[in-house]
Design a protein around this ligand. Structure first.
Ligand code: ADP
Length: 232
């Protein structure tokens, strides 16, 4: 199985993740869905993801052997490596974002149906701007020129394929890289989950993908889920 051996290109779609979940039962593993724009791009918990023309909005359909929340890191690492190919330094903001130049350049959203398929969605700001989001930034803004979108997709698929293999065969190796690429370690963070909030120093990303936080001397393990993280 190779990620991207089949690519479905759409001018416009509600959400590449939603579309992928609709077609997942009928397409080969590794099928990629790319859209010029999303009319209902989503973040987690039905937050919306701005997806105007010029960005890279894509999802890949996978059939992992079991449900593993660490799949999200396949996307995050692939984005970091892709950005590096274009001279853009970036790092992971645990659990599902990639930041560059002190702002959010990409988000990863994993969804799926246990035992059947998983969809790994990536939204990467390339030649678009996101004026309504003060914390957003794009490759174009960082590079100072338009970036060839097709080349970005090509590099992203290459890195996704590579990291998916590592995730499948040696997840602990992937997690070592995640730790290295996570920029929040050592910093004070606010972890928000439903009505719960926790403030402490992010210490480590553990092999199971959870974040270890020091809350006034007490170590807390925050598992990946619908948690949001804010920096101080
Ligand atoms: P959070 O980062 O708040 O935990 P998500 O990871 O689900 O939430 O991402 C959704 C959030 O990302 C939105 O609520 C919005 O603030 C922000 N956002 C939406 N579109 C973009 C975009 N194209 N680039 C960067 N940030 C965006």
């Amino acid at each position: 199985m190779k990620i991207g051996s089949k690519i479905i290109r759409l001018e416009e779609v509600d959400s590449t993740n939603e579309y992928s979940m609709r077609i997942a039962p009928e397409v080969p593993e590794g099928t990629v869905v790319v859209a010029g724009r999303q009319t209902a791009g989503k973040g987690r918990k039905n937050r919306s993801w701005a997806s105007p023309e010029g960005g890279l909005w894509m999802s890949v359909i996978l059939r992992p052997r079991r449900v593993d929340p660490r799949l999200v890191f396949v996307g995050a690492l692939a984005v970091v490596d892709t950005l590096s190919d274009f001279g853009v330094a970036s790092a992971i903001k645990w659990p599902n974002d990639v930041w560059a130049g002190g702002k959010k350049i990409a988000g990863v959203l994993t969804e799926g149906k246990a035992g059947q398929y998983a969809v790994l969605g990536i939204g990467l700001n390339v030649n678009n701007t996101v004026p309504e989001e003060p914390e957003a930034i794009s490759m174009m803004e960082l590079v100072g020129a338009k970036v060839p979108l097709e080349k970005v997709l090509e590099r992203l698929l290459f890195h996704l394929d590579g990291w998916y293999r590592v995730f499948t065969e040696r997840p602990e190796l992937m997690m070592a890289k995640v730790r290295e690429r996570t920029f929040i370690l050592g910093r004070m963070v606010r972890v928000i989950q439903d009505d719960n909030e926790l403030i402490g120093r992010a210490l480590d990303v553990l092999d199971d993908g959870s974040l270890l936080v020091d809350v006034s001397g007490q170590l807390k393990r925050v598992v990946y889920g619908d948690v949001s993280l804010r920096l101080f």
